[in-house]
Design a protein around this ligand. Sequence first.
Ligand code: ADP
Ligand code: MG
Length: 348
Amino acid sequence: MLEDKNTPRTKLEELGEFGLIDHLTKNFEIKHKSTVKGIGDDAAILDYNQEKMVVTTDLLVEGVHFDLSYMPLKHLGYKAVMVNLSDVYAMNATAKQITVSIAVSNRFPLEALEEFYDGVATACKIYNVDLIGGDTTSSTKGMLISITALGAAVTEKITQRSGAKENDLLVVSGDLGGAYLGLQVLEREKEVFKVNPNNQPDLEPYSYIVERQLKPEARKDIIELLEKLDVTPTAMIDISDGLSSEILHICKASKVGCNLFEDKIPLDPTVISAAEEFKMDGTMIALSGGEDYELLFTVDQKDFPKIKANPNLTVIGHMTDKSNGQHLIARDGSQIPLKAQGWNSFEN
Ligand code: ADP
Ligand code: MG
């Protein structure tokens, strides 16, 4: 897309650093009372009153975390915000503000950054967060993005990884594995395109999983749902690295074991069919695929009636005493130890 000859290419030098920041951020509006001062001073000023604040940050590097040959910059801006908001929601907090820092090489014209900020703006609007600052600098090669997200919650609601207890239920939102398979489809099409640039890929059958990869949504709705259902999870984490590794994080922090039931893991029909096509196993992809940005949490058994009928939530297992370890209970009843890399756990 950066090579597209038809779109105008305004050199960043024409604006200068301050002109650029002003140009990219002028249309962002402040929505929250807690944002006393946003962009425009040496630091932003926030006032969280009685609430506790949560802060999280992520660094994304071109060629490591994203590939601009199939990732439109608008989607990248949106996804970069999602990755951070997901961490705020994983604390059972409401996201309120973000800062966005970027470093780009001179191969990026103004129009490319405008697209990136379009995606950031869309995310801020839909998720109701204020852009309150950032930093802008040049890089010798490629693009770097660092986003920090701030959120708030009353003390009793904040949910850490460490609160799971024996017999708590293990619950996941949405479905898993789509983002990883979407990436496989995009990588495959990239290879086909290299051989024959005239070959227009038909991504239609894969639209759900490609969208899961290119335009993930952080589960703000699940935090709101839990509030409505009057459920405070005992522990929570967002699924960025695959179900297996996230379960192990909760178990380690909470000092508990876990039984995860293979037949309960929610997979979309598109994920099942694409997994077959790529000769992979759906369960393994859910366990180690990553980038789904669903929420994984534990609840006390007494809360089961409140969550059981909800189509957005699936009970996939329960926590056990630490001495039992962490296991996948396979469809045939066999117990397979969970490992951070789910692929290895199937070697035996
Ligand atoms: P400083 O020299 O103090 O770092 P800058 O000139 O970098 O200040 O930034 C001026 C203002 O613009 C600050 O409020 C800063 O947070 C904001 N800002 C800078 N870069 C960005 C960006 N990429 N996105 C959003 N806000 C930015
Ligand atoms: Mg600066």
